[in-house]
Write a protein that binds this ligand. Sequence first.
Ligand SMILES: [Zn+2]
Length: 487
Amino acid sequence: MTPPPPVTGQAAAGRDTAVLLKNATVVDTRDGTLAPGTDVLIRADRIVDVRPGIVVTDGPEPFTVDARGKYVVPGYADMHAHPLGQRPEEEARDLELLLAHGVTGFRQMSGSLALLEKRASGTLGLPAASPELLALPGPLLLTPVNAATGEQAVAAVREQHAAGADFIKAAMVTPEVFFAAQAEALRLGLPIVGHLPVGIDVPKASRIGMKSIEHLGPGVGLFACCSTDGAHVHANAAGQPAMKVPPFKLPFMERVMERVVKKLVINPINRTKPADIENLRLAVRTFDDDLAAELAERFVADGTWQVPTLIRVKTQELCDDPAFANDPDLRYMGEATVRSWKAAARKFTAFPAEARETFRAVYRRQLELTKLFDDAGVPMLVGSDCSGAAWVVPGASLHHEFDELARAGLTPLRVLQMTTLRAAEFLDATDTMGTVEPGRRADLVLLDADPVERVEHLHRIAGVVRAGQHYGAAELDALKERVAARA
Ligand SMILES: [Zn+2]
C-alpha cells in the first residue's frame, strides 16, 4: 500500500504569503476578554495586525478565512512531551498528531547530544506539519547511568551546556547527585527541571532554584512535604536504589539504558513494591492542607513551576480503567505499541484490589494538590508526557489533560492560560507567543465555541495556523487519517 501523501496547510509559508482571518472573536489570554468582529492578518509566519475591518492594499492577496463564529486563541503548547528521539516514522506520527490536535509548540523533555547537534546544524528533519520545538535538553540525568556521583553529574551538566542544551533534566537521581548538578547548572546559567525523587529536600531544591517540577514529584516526593507524618514517609522511601545497573560505566551503557528506560516508562508504577504502597497509603492518610499550602507558598516565593501531567499520573494509577483500552484514539498508534500498553494494564491488575484503591486515592490527592497549588498562585503548565507512556496518545492526551485540570477545579481560562500565556512566560517568550497580537508568531487555534466558558470548548478545533500556514478542518482530518492509515 502506498502511504497517503503529506498534508500541507494552505498559504504555504514564505516571504510572500498572507492569511487573513475575517470576523473572528479574539480571546485575550490575559483576562479572557473577547473581541468579536476582529480580523487577524498574518504575513509569512507572524501576526502583523489584529483589529476590525482590515483591508489589505499592499503585498500579496491574502488567503482569507471566514472566521465568523470562531474563537481565536494562541496555539497550544505541550510543555512536557517526548516526541523526539524515537524512530523517524514514530517521530513524524507523533508530531503530526500533536499539530492535528492544536499543539503548535512543545517542550521536549528528554534529549541527547545527537539531537542537540542536529538542532544546531538544522538537520532535525521535522515533518512539514509539525509543532515547533520550544526547548531541548541533553540526556536525562540518571543515577548511576551518567551521573553515578556528584562529580560525574557536574561533568554531564558541563557537557550538555557546551552542546547547547536549553536546560538540564533530572530524572532518577540521588540527593548528592541532584544538588551537585543543580549547583553547576545554576553556575552556568542553565535552568534545571525535572523529577525530585524521595530523599531530596524539596523546599531546599526550590529555594536554591528549580525551574519546574514535573508530575507533582513524582511518587511521594511532594506528598512527603504535605504529610503530618512526613518524617516517616520520607524515611520509608529513602535509600531505595534508583536503578540497578552494573557499578561501572560501559561505552554502550547509554544505548542499553535508553531501551531499559523506554520499557520502564510505559508504566513505572508497575514496579511499586508492597512497602512503597504502604508508604503511599500513609502519605495519603496524613495529607494535610496547611502543610500543602506552606509548600505552595514556597513555590510561589521561589517562582518554582509545576507541570502536574495529571493524565500521565492517572494513566499509571488507574491503568486498568477500561476507558483507556477502549479509547478510539488508539487507532493512531501502532499495533505493537497498543499491545505493550495492554500488557502494562494486565500487569497492573495483578496488584491486590487494596493496592489499586491506594493508587486511586493517590490520584484524588493529586487532583486536590493541583487545585490547592492553583488557588495559592503557583505557576503551572499543561503537559501530557507523550510519547512512550501507556495510554498517552500524542495530541489527544493534551486535551485529556485539559479535562483533568478542569476536574481538579481549575477554571477554563486558567487551563487556556497554562497552555498558552503561561508557557510563553515560562520560556521568557511573551513577545513572540502566548497572545494573539501583532509581532507574535502565527501559531493559532480556531475554535467553534468560547473556551473561556467551558474547558470542553478547547477540544472543538475548527482550524490551526502553524507558522503562517492555515489548516482547516479538512486538512486536520486528512492529517489524522494519514496517521491512522500508517499505524
Ligand atoms: Zn516525561
